[in-house]
Design a protein around this ligand. Structure first.
Ligand code: ADP
Length: 437
């Protein structure tokens, strides 16, 4: 209790005591004094409450003592809170300014893909304006089939590349990250330069390969002629001709495969898909594989659904499946076993190429589908491998919305599986309808 309050209580008690002496009614006088004191306390507490609720309209109790001290303390806390609030608001403003100024288009989306907030770059690259477009679905504002697919299952994709809706010459890399309670951060980055550099690289490779094609064909033609007339050649030249022909053959395969890869890279989808009877194709590839196996006498087995067809590009699938089967032959020692299966289940259609050959260690699974990557370059080079086979397989499968799965153990063998989704399978009813009676 403060001194002033103590004085006030002592003074009250003194007055009550004097009144008690004068009236001889001590109890009544003390009771009256107590009631007066409680009333006084109540009044001050009410003033304090009113001032706390509405400091603009009411004044704090200014009676010296505990109430005055209390008002000063509350005033001080209030000021501190105000300052902190101001500081936080300024931080928030700065943060919003920074995100608004981010060079990447950034949009906050609700659970239904509705725009909650967007920065300035979103208007520049995507044409999404905030607050005007608040609540609109992003797929209504940016109408692209690839974005619609992406938005339906964002977790299944890493990032997609889309043309900018505001500038047809610009390309954007889009990714989405979930945060908080059913919120998504949609970020689109301008990758036009990268896209252009990739295009230049791709065009360069395609042009060089194209230009090399004719001289190599001429070169091989002459080599073939020379090898047909080997009896006329000096004996020392005969192995040289064979050697030259093997290298020219390798160069030709390289050029053809590079050209195929450039073609595959041009578009994400097969332009004009047609039903492909895979079982028939596999029988043809198997015949070739037996021929290539030759004296190595691999054991082959083929188990294929005879009517299972997928919609795609025959030449591309032939190239991909041949690569997988020829790899099984090339990377399996003599008399090894190679199983090929083509079947469907609830998840879709699947091609499995299994061998009990050299195998690959797990850390290389990602790398072997890169261009020119070979596990044992010397052995692969001797076998005439280009290192482009699995890169082609990967691209062909991508264009057919299929995925490649690799299972392998060093020294035990490998399984390469191609998984085609159900929507790539040609429905049998359509076949029955189109079949001649
Ligand atoms: P390459 O022309 O060298 O065969 P690929 O792209 O087809 O190129 O394959 C890349 C590498 O993956 C090969 O060099 C090989 O080491 C490894 N590889 C591919 N298929 C198999 C397999 N069935 N068994 C073991 N290794 C394989």
């Amino acid at each position: 209790m403060m001194i002033r309050d103590l004085r006030r209580v002592v003074f009250g008690l003194l007055v009550a005591s004097i009144a008690g002496i004068l009236t001889d009614q001590f109890l009544v006088c003390y009771l009256v004094a107590l009631l007066l004191y409680v009333g006084w306390l109540h009044r001050h507490l009410r003033m304090l409450l009113q001032w706390l609720r509405d400091p603009k309209k009411f004044a704090p109790p200014e009676t010296p003592g505990v109430f005055e001290e209390l008002s000063l303390e509350i005033d001080y806390l209030r000021e501190r809170h105000k300052k902190r609030k101001k500081k936080l608001a300024s931080y928030l403003r700065q943060f919003q300014q920074a995100t608004r100024a981010l060079p990447d288009a950034t949009v906050v989306l609700g659970d239904n893909g509705d725009v909650q907030w967007a920065n300035d770059a979103a208007a520049r690259y995507l044409g999404i304006r905030w607050p005007e477009d608040f609540g609109q679905r992003i797929t209504n504002l940016v109408r692209l089939p690839s974005l619609l697919d992406f938005m339906q299952a964002p977790a299944a994709h890493d990032a997609i590349e889309i043309p900018s809706p505001t500038n047809p010459n610009a390309f954007l890399s889009v990714l989405m990250a979930p945060y908080g309670k059913s919120r998504w951060l949609f970020v689109a980055r301008d990758v036009t330069q990268l896209h252009r550099a990739n295009q230049i690289r791709s065009d360069f490779v395609a042009n060089v390969s194209h230009e090399l094609r004719t001289p190599i064909t001429v070169f091989r033609g002459y080599l073939e002629m020379m090898s047909e007339q080997r009896d006329k050649a000096p004996p020392g030249w005969i192995p040289v001709i064979g050697h030259l022909d093997a290298h020219a053959h390798r160069m030709q395969s390289l050029v053809e495969e590079l050209l195929l890869l450039s073609r595959l890279e041009q578009e994400d989808d097969v332009p004009n898909p047609k039903p492909v009877l895979v079982s028939e194709m596999l029988s043809d590839i198997l015949r070739q594989a037996r021929h290539i196996s030759g004296a190595r006498e691999h054991f082959f087995s083929l188990e294929a659904d005879p009517v299972l067809e997928i919609a795609g590009a025959r030449s591309e699938l032939l190239s991909a499946f041949s690569n997988l089967i020829m790899n099984a032959v090339n990377y399996t020692p003599a008399r090894g076993v190679i199983h090929i299966r083509w079947y469907r289940d609830l998840r879709g259609a699947h091609l499995e190429v299994q061998d009990n050959g050299f195998g690959i260690s797990e850390e290389l699974f990602e790398r072997i589908t890169e261009r020119f990557y070979r596990v044992e370059s010397s052995r692969a080079r001797e076998d005439g491998g280009t290192g482009l086979g699995l890169a082609i397989v990967k691209h062909v499968l991508l264009r057919h919305h299929a995925a490649l799965e690799i299972k392998s153990k060093l020294g035990e063998g490998s399984v390469f599986k191609c998984h085609f989704p159900n929507d790539m399978i040609v429905p049998q009813e359509a076949l029955a309808l189109s079949a001649p009676a």
